[in-house]
Design a protein around this ligand. Structure first.
Ligand code: GLC
Ligand code: GLC
Length: 813
């Protein structure tokens, strides 16, 4: 392996990743915003902002798959004599004397230096505010006075990100702006049904502006050399139709050593219907001015930034580990938890791989994301569960996705993904164990958001389980429907038409034969949880009923789901085996190994151990475990999209990081700590960061959905970074199964599973109204807690009972 070039490094003390070369192998991005107003920002300040919903409320424009790749964003141009440069290097790409981008917890700081001038921009979205702050500090580090011309730049999106990039016959005529003082307002469609507008403001007098893109840039120019900037002359253009933008022009003189701050604000405002206008055609700017007043000085902005930092301090104080292994500690304490918050917020909607227009919030995705997030802000997790459950149908099925702005199920994709219902139990149980809040089960929750249809959340859980039981196939295994967790295993699709969606087409009617071992395992795992929950809340009969169904499922798997060395993956439409040694290709799949080992199906008969061994033998490679092996080399129309991908990518034998943790948890439950750890470290970003920055390409501080598998052209290349269930599963795996701190109804269960080389470590865990400092002494053991003491007193078993206050726990393995 050749020595890989490095583009940055971790700064654990500041919880930042520091990028030192702007030409990263792919844009390395960060997310700003925590609740309503969000931005994506790359290491060269590319990206965009939106309010709640990246499709329906896009504030600034972004062109995906552009040339160059990451073009468009919030750009500052500094014109110093004849030299024009940007603090983030792009878009001018003028070579800088110094460049640095620090991606931190919900903020990014980009600094550039050129010819004795430093421009440093801090980007963040203040808590509870609907705006992005861009605090620009210009410093003259030279010996002479500098007269600089500064241009800002944002390009407005006409709100609906989908029609914005297709309906030009309309779009080019609708754009409208207002300019007042140092604020540029974007009010396209405000005259009719929209009651929102956006603005771009700077807290200093301006000497000019532009709001019409072609006038500012020039029709034959690019962002890299806009006419107005190159000539150092704003045009004071007023956009009417075409493409509205916002650019401020400011003349700045700096004495040697002098420094000046400018606060730029990109804001979003909503007005009541009868308060929309202050005069005919003039928008009511009261709220915009109020928001501006809250952030119009450096001091106010610094205070808002402090509040944001304190917020993250508190969030990251809930679970903290000290093992002495920096690579582990920084992922557990910082980046994994941070990514969990981001995936909770965005599901799979907006990243540099998800265009923000394709997908809303996934039913299964969001339930899984909960396990990574629930300890951070439980009330938001609670609300999410209710929102998700509200998109369920009375028969237990559910919309596969819903739109965050409306919270309504998405009709285009519909339902029929038969694993979906089980995930509701997964998410809800995680929430109750974290909080002890059983009252959520009594919440009245509608079906398909229809008022009047409400039943308790518990009833939703019950029908979710029943949905599986009522949809069993010929082997008494769960019918797969359109797909299970693997969206691409489409066993009822049978498509020869490239214009059909694999996910929504069922050419062979409601599937009554194709069955999934993945759902079988998922049903057993969540069924056991459901049974325990029923017992806990005094529903003994229901517990017994479901236990029988779980037992029956276990029997069905043992009888029809075992292939000799591993669990089968599925039965196809014709009742033929998938993921069997009998198959020509894709003899073994990871999903059923993960779920059936987590469910411990056939553990006494040796199935679990054999399955885990087979994962090592047939699925593992240098960069993780592939999804299936061998890869499909041709399209099999009975199988659908899975066989559409070239070998080694995505669901066809890619390393789908999301499901590696399933096997790792299987290893942990089986007590095989060495194996669990070696699988885990292979896909842990900090280990990858150290070795493979160039090969891996995508951000080294977060997990990506997929790493090219061993059959791919370039094994180890990452794709689809940020928004992936991998975040929550990695967190669940390390926090609960490897480090072994597991919230339970009555306290915290302690049951680590470690490599035998593990040293003593300490976890500080805030839990409800208590804080536990847990010192764990592995004593060379991979698994098995020998003795626990709580505040000096021995505890029976492995659960430390919950009680308020501060506690010290000592664990001998
Ligand atoms: C994507 C989807 C997820 C699915 C997975 C496997 O990550 O968001 O729902 O389970 O792909 O197909
Ligand atoms: C597929 C992807 C899969 C995703 C699905 C739904 O093309 O391979 O990962 O979950 O589409 O959007």
């Amino acid at each position: 392996m050749e020595e890989q070039k490095r583009y940055g490094h971790f700064d654990d003390q500041h919880r930042e990743y520091v990028i030192t070369d702007p030409q990263t192998p792919w844009p390395w991005i960060n997310y700003l915003g925590n609740e309503d107003f969000f931005s994506l920002i790359s290491n060269t300040a590319g990206g965009y902002s939106f309010y709640k919903d990246a499709k329906f409320r896009r504030i600034t424009r972004y062109r995906y798959n552009n040339v160059p790749m990451d073009n468009g964003g919030r750009y500052f141009y500094v014109k110093d004599g004849d030299t024009v440069w940007n603090p983030g290097w792009k878009p001018c790409k003028t070579p800088l004397d110094f460049y640095e981008c620090r991606h931190g917890m919900s903020y990014t700081r980009i600094t550039g230096r050129k010819n004795g001038v430093e421009a440093s921009v801090l980007f963040f979205v203040p808590l509870k505010k609907w705006c992005e702050v861009q605090k620009l500090t210009l410093t003259n580090q030279s010996q002479e006075t500098k007269s600089l011309k500064l241009f800002s730049f944002e390009e407005w999106c006409l709100w609906n990100a989908a029609t914005d990039m297709e309906n030009f016959q309309r779009n080019f005529s609708t754009g409208e702006v207002e300019i007042e003082g140092s604020t540029i307002y974007h009010k396209t469609e405000y005259r009719e049904r929209r009651n929102h507008y956006a603005f771009y403001h700077v807290n200093a007098p301006i000497q000019g502006f532009d709001t019409d893109r072609e006038t500012f840039v020039g029709l034959y120019n690019e962002f890299a050399n806009p006419d107005a900037v190159m000539e150092g002359k704003p045009r004071n253009s007023h956009a009417h139709g075409w493409s509205p933008i916002a650019s401020h022009y400011i003349e700045v003189t700096l004495a040697p050593g002098e420094s000046k701050d400018f606060v730029f604000l990109l804001g979003y405002i909503e007005n009541e219907q009868d308060e929309k206008f202050s005069a005919p055609q003039v928008i009511n700017k009261t709220k915009a001015k109020a928001l501006i007043a809250e952030l119009d000085t450096t001091e106010k902005v610094d205070r808002a930034f402090d509040v944001l930092c304190t917020y993250w301090d508190a969030l990251l104080n809930i679970y903290k580990v000290k093992t002495g292994n920096d690579k582990l500690d920084r992922m557990v304490n910082i980046w994994n938890q941070y990514q969990c918050m981001v995936t909770f917020n965005f599901s799979r909607s907006a990243s540099f791989f998800e265009s923000g227009v394709g997908r809303g919030m996934g039913f299964r995705d969001s339930n899984q994301d909960l396990v990574g997030f629930v300890h951070q802000i439980p009330p938001r997790a609670r609300q999410r569960i209710i929102d998700i459950a509200s998109t369920q149908f009375p028969d237990g099925g559910c919309y596969h996705q819903y739109q965050p702005l409306t919270k309504r199920g998405n009709n285009d994709i519909g339902g029929g993904f038969n694993d979906d219902p089980c995930w509701l139990i997964f998410g809800t149980v995680a929430y109750i164990k974290e909080t002890g809040d059983f009252s959520i089960l009594d919440e009245m929750v509608p079906f398909d958001n229809q008022p009047g249809s409400e039943v308790t959340l518990f009833e939703h859980l019950k029908i979710s389980m029943d949905h599986v039981i009522k949809n069993l196939g010929p082997h008494m295994l769960p019918l797969i429907g359109r797909a299970d967790w693997n969206d691409c295993l489409n066993l009822n699709c049978f498509s020869w038409d490239p214009n059909e969606s694999f996910q929504t087409t069922e050419n062979v009617s409601e599937g009554t034969k194709a069955e999934s071992l993945m759902i079988a395992g998922l049903f057993v795992v969540t069924g056991k949880d459901y049974v325990a929950l029923c017992k806990k809340i005094g529903k003994a009969d229901e517990a017994e009923r479901m236990q029988k169904a779980v037992d029956a499922m276990i029997e069905a798997v043992k009888k029809h789901g075992w292939d000799g060395e591993w669990y089968l993956r599925a039965y196809d439409f014709y009742g033929r085996k998938i993921g069997s040694n009998e198959c020509e290709e894709a003899k073994i799949f990871i999903e059923s190994q993960g779920w059936c080992t987590m469910a411990e199906i056939g553990a006494e008969e040796g199935m679990v151990a054999k399955s885990l061994d087979s994962c090592k033998k047939y699925l593992e490679c240098e960069h993780g475990m592939v999804l299936n092996n061998p890869a499909f080399t041709r399209y099999i129309y009975e199988y659908g999209e899975i066989s559409s991908y070239p070998e080694g990518y995505k669901e066809n034998a890619g390393i789908f990081c999301h499901n590696n943790p399933w096997v790792i948890i299987g290893e942990c439950i089986a007590g095989r700590g060495n194996d669990a750890w070696s699988h885990y470290a292979k896909i842990l970003p900090s280990y990858v960061e150290e070795k493979y920055q160039t090969l891996h390409k995508v951000e080294p501080y977060v997990n990506c959905q997929m790493v090219a598998g061993k059959d791919a052209f370039r094994p180890g290349e990452g794709k689809n970074s940020w928004l992936t269930g991998t975040a929550a599963w990695m967190w669940y795996t390390v926090s609960e199964f490897i480090l072994g701190i597991k919230p339970d109804y009555d306290g915290i269960r302690i049951d680590p599973c470690l490599p035998e080389t593990a040293k003593d470590y300490t976890v500080t865990r805030k839990f409800r109204e208590a804080e536990y400092v847990i010192n764990i002494h592995p004593n060379g053991q991979q698994k098995g807690v020998k003795q626990i003491t709580l505040d000096g007193n021995p505890v029976d078993g492995t659960v430390i009972p919950y009680s308020k206050g501060k506690h010290t726990v000592d664990v001998q393995m």
